[in-house]
Design a protein around this ligand. Structure first.
Ligand code: MG
Length: 160
């Protein structure tokens, strides 16, 4: 059996009151915040689900319930750190991660390098093993109307 495991993640949060969002562990100024129990970082939530999926460990909602007061306003970097510990416990390590932020606003470009560096640090890999992509939906749908933000993640793990 191959020592490789692939996982995917997807997350959405609606925009709400506020003047910044957390995205890929980086504070990004914006005309809105996000509505969320935790800090609502869609990129890190999608990353957690991809890590858990690749390791066969379920999903982020099972491990960090959004009704649990411990995770209220939680820094999602802490979720990634906890999930990485589970991945390591399962005898696995990150090969690479590829993330796509899907949003009409805010612009991701200026923060891409910082997100890449932060995520690489959180999953303990060289930044060259982390890729951040961004796309709009060409104005279509709830993302196109700037009602919220979404992210997808794909992660490859290997047995160590
Ligand atoms: Mg989420």
């Amino acid at each position: 059996m191959s020592g490789l495991r692939v996982g995917t993640g997807f997350d959405v949060h609606a925009f709400g009151p506020g003047d910044f969002i957390m995205l890929g562990g980086v504070r990004v100024p914006h005309s809105h915040g996000v509505v969320a129990h935790s800090d609502g970082d869609v990129a890190l939530h999608a990353l957690c689900d991809a890590l858990l999926g690749a390791a066969g460990l379920g999903d982020i909602g099972q491990h960090f319930k959004d009704t649990d007061s411990r995770w209220r306003h939680a820094d999602s970097a802490g979720f990634v750190t906890a999930v990485l510990a589970m991945v390591r416990e399962a005898g696995l390590a990150v090969v690479n991660a590829d993330l796509t932020v899907i949003a009409q606003v805010p612009k991701v470009g200026p923060y891409r390098d910082a997100m890449r560096a932060r995520i690489a640090q959180l999953v303990a890999v060289d930044p060259r093993r982390v890729n951040i992509k961004a796309t709009t939906t060409e104005g279509l749908g709830f993302l196109g109307r700037a009602e919220g933000i979404a992210a997808q993640a794909v992660v490859l793990l290997e047995k160590v």
